[in-house]
Write a protein that binds this ligand. Structure first.
Ligand SMILES: [Zn+2]
Ligand SMILES: [Zn+2]
Length: 137
């Protein structure tokens, strides 16, 4: 299995992280929580096993965006670095925009498309899910 190293951090540089492992899966989330907390049309996340994720500098603050959802952000500059969930304690979901090189990641799906903003047009052929990606059987 090919190992990739990804580094990222917040806008002011107080918080840095490193991902080392298989290439993470990635996708767009169009849910209202992602729209509001990012202030953007969607959030682009990737899917990283927690053992492959390491904070290398600083400590994020945590905003509880839902009963189980946690937005980990820099309290100095406000960058949202990654999402985590009490429902999926073995994973973290770093936000691709905070990578040093976001081009290393290729989003492969859209979730919560029933909340997609009407003017946000994307001409890709990626799979679209009205809500979350269905659980694998
Ligand atoms: Zn910062
Ligand atoms: Zn979302």
């Amino acid at each position: 299995m090919n190992t990739i190293v990804l580094e990222g951090g917040c806008h002011c540089g107080a918080i840095r992280y490193r991902v080392e492992g298989p290439l993470p899966e990635s996708g767009y989330c169009h849910c209202r929580d992602c729209q509001q907390t990012s202030g953007s049309a969607a959030q682009v996340w990737m899917d990283v096993e927690i053992e492959n994720f390491k904070l290398t500098k600083g400590t994020p603050s945590i905003y509880e965006s839902s009963e189980t959802g946690r937005r980990n952000y820099c309290s100095n500059c406000g960058s949202q670095l990654f999402f985590s969930s009490l429902d999926e304690p073995d994973f973290v979901f770093p936000h691709v925009g905070c990578l040093d090189d976001p081009n290393l990641i290729q989003p492969a799906s859209h979730i919560w498309t029933d909340r997609q903003i009407g003017w946000f047009k994307l001409d890709d052929d990626l799979p679209r899910y009205a809500r979350d990606i269905p659980e694998e059987e």
